[in-house]
Each structure stands twice: as structure tokens, then as C-alpha cells.
Design a protein around this ligand. Structure first.
Ligand code: DGL
Length: 263
């Protein structure tokens, strides 16, 4: 029995890192780099890609699957739970609740992909938490490309883009920024560079991983560690960037290109 992790590319590794550092298990990570970025595509297109990738993870004997992607969670998690009732799915949503609980009287800035910000799931979450007008939504899709494209993660362009995107925000009214896309924590330092010190930068990794651990304990996963990283399109730089994000060596994980298995 394995634990699967899924994202459009490198972003889910920001949650995966927290998981492998907190809980020993057989892990299979799948990044659909062949189709990233998801956040600017149509809902229907993204659904098709996600279904194929999840089928692959299930064929790999994953019984617990983490959708380490806010965009895919908002579009598909209900359908996936209906289609595969024997699999435990854990989704990723923008960590709005912890942001409000800590600072109920100040505004929060919710950053995510265009698709996540458009979806019903986010609106429902906001209504359930009674956030009302105390928030601002900001799409920051380009950050995904600064991580995915090229031989190295482009921290410099990301920094300039974050600076430009946040220029008009009056941070005096705000307590925190919610990073509602799993790619965004890759640029946590660049966010820190461009906001006042008192602004808290909040992501979903800890919350998701606590959830994973409590389910994994109930499901009796073997406690030996194994890490396999799969991608859907050959990219010689992906695995190098992945080892950097995870702070691992290449020998600590097996890397596979699975383009033919999910076509
Ligand atoms: N990392 C993903 C998310 O959390 C998707 C980013 C993308 O592919 O646009 O939304």
C-alpha cells in the first residue's frame, strides 16, 4: 500500500517535503509537467488530465492520494471521491481558516491560480468561514511558470513579478497572505522580500500533512521509506529542481518518466 501525491508539476513537492519529513511510508509522487500550468486552462481540460493521472496512481497501488494542487482539488475532488470510493483522497485548499482565526479583524490577501479563484469551492469555503468583505483575491499564475520552465527555478523573475503584483496593496489593512497554490511556497522568500515584516505568509502544507498522517495511521501503512517521483513529459531539469526543493540527493529517490503509461 502506497501514498500517492499529485500536482501539475513541482508545486505539490512543497507539501510532499513536509510529508516525507514527518511520516515514513512508500510514496509515489506524480507531477503532470506535460500539461502544467493548469491554472490558466479550462476546467474540462484540467479534469481530463487529472483523471488520467489519478488512474495511474491507483494502478500503482496508492490507497491514499493527496491532491497536492489547489486547482485540481477545486475542480475534481468531489468527482474523484465518487468514482473511487475505496480510495482515501485528501485535497488542498487555500489556508484561509488559520489566517482568519489568528487575525479576525484584519484583511487577508488570497493568492492562487485564476481557475482556483473562479471556482465554486472557494466561494463555499469563504461563505462557510463567514469571511465577508475582509479579503482580496489575487491571481498569480506566472509564478507557476517561473518554477516549471527553464533549467533552474527563476527566483529573480518571480521576485520582480511578486513586487509588481503587490505594489498596489495597502498592507496596513492586512494581517496575512494566503498562498493558495502549492507552487507559491517555492517563492516564500521572494514574498517575504516584498511585504512588511508583520504580514504572515500562510500555506497549506502543515494542515494537509497532519490530515495525511491521521488517515495513514488508521490505514496501517508500512513504515519503511521509499520515494518515487514520476513526471509525464521528459524534462532533464525537473528532477534536479525536485531534489533542491526536497533538500534530498538524487540517490534518495527513484525518478521515472511515464508519458507512455498514461497516454
Ligand atoms: N500547484 C497547483 C495549485 O496548487 C497548480 C498550478 C498550475 O498548474 O497552474 O493550484
Amino acid at each position: 500500500m502506497k501514498i500517492g501525491f499529485f500536482d501539475s508539476g513541482l508545486g505539490g513537492l512543497t507539501i510532499f517535503k513536509e510529508a516525507i519529513n514527518s511520516y515514513k511510508a512508500n510514496y509515489v509522487y506524480l507531477g503532470d509537467n506535460g500539461h502544467a500550468p493548469y491554472g490558466v486552462k479550462s476546467k474540462e481540460e484540467v479534469k481530463e488530465y487529472v483523471f488520467k493521472c489519478i488512474k495511474y496512481l491507483i494502478d500503482c497501488e496508492c490507497k491514499l492520494i493527496v491532491i497536492a494542487c489547489n486547482t485540481a482539488t477545486s475542480i475534481c475532488i468531489n468527482d474523484l471521491r465518487e468514482m473511487y470510493s475505496n480510495i482515501c483522497f485528501i485535497g488542498t485548499e487555500p489556508a484561509i481558516k488559520p489566517a482568519i482565526v489568528k487575525n479576525p479583524n484584519k484583511k487577508i490577501l488570497v493568492t492562487a491560480t485564476t481557475l482556483t479563484l473562479k471556482e465554486e469551492k472557494l466561494k463555499n469555503l469563504m461563505n462557510a468561514l463567514d469571511v465577508k468583505n475582509n479579503f482580496e483575491l489575487l491571481p498569480m499564475d506566472k509564478l507557476v511558470e517561473f518554477a516549471e520552465h527553464g533549467d533552474k527555478i527563476d527566483y529573480l523573475s518571480a521576485n520582480n513579478y511578486i513586487k509588481e503584483s503587490l505594489e498596489k496593496i495597502n498592507f496596513k489593512e492586512y494581517s496575512s497572505i494566503v498562498l493558495g497554490c502549492t507552487h507559491f511556497p517555492i517563492f516564500e522568500n521572494e514574498f517575504k522580500n516584498n511585504v512588511p515584516n508583520y504580514i504572515e505568509i500562510i500555506d497549506s502544507a502543515k494542515g494537509v500533512v497532519n490530515n495525511v498522517i491521521s488517515h495513514a495511521k488508521d490505514m496501517n501503512f508500512k513504515n519503511n521509506m521509499d520515494i518515487e517521483i514520476n513526471i509525464t513529459k521528459p524534462d532533464e531539469y525537473f528532477f534536479e529542481k525536485a531534489t533542491n526543493i526536497l533538500e534530498l540527493k538524487k540517490e534518495d529517490m527513484r525518478c521515472k518518466i511515464i508519458s507512455n503509461s498514461i497516454a
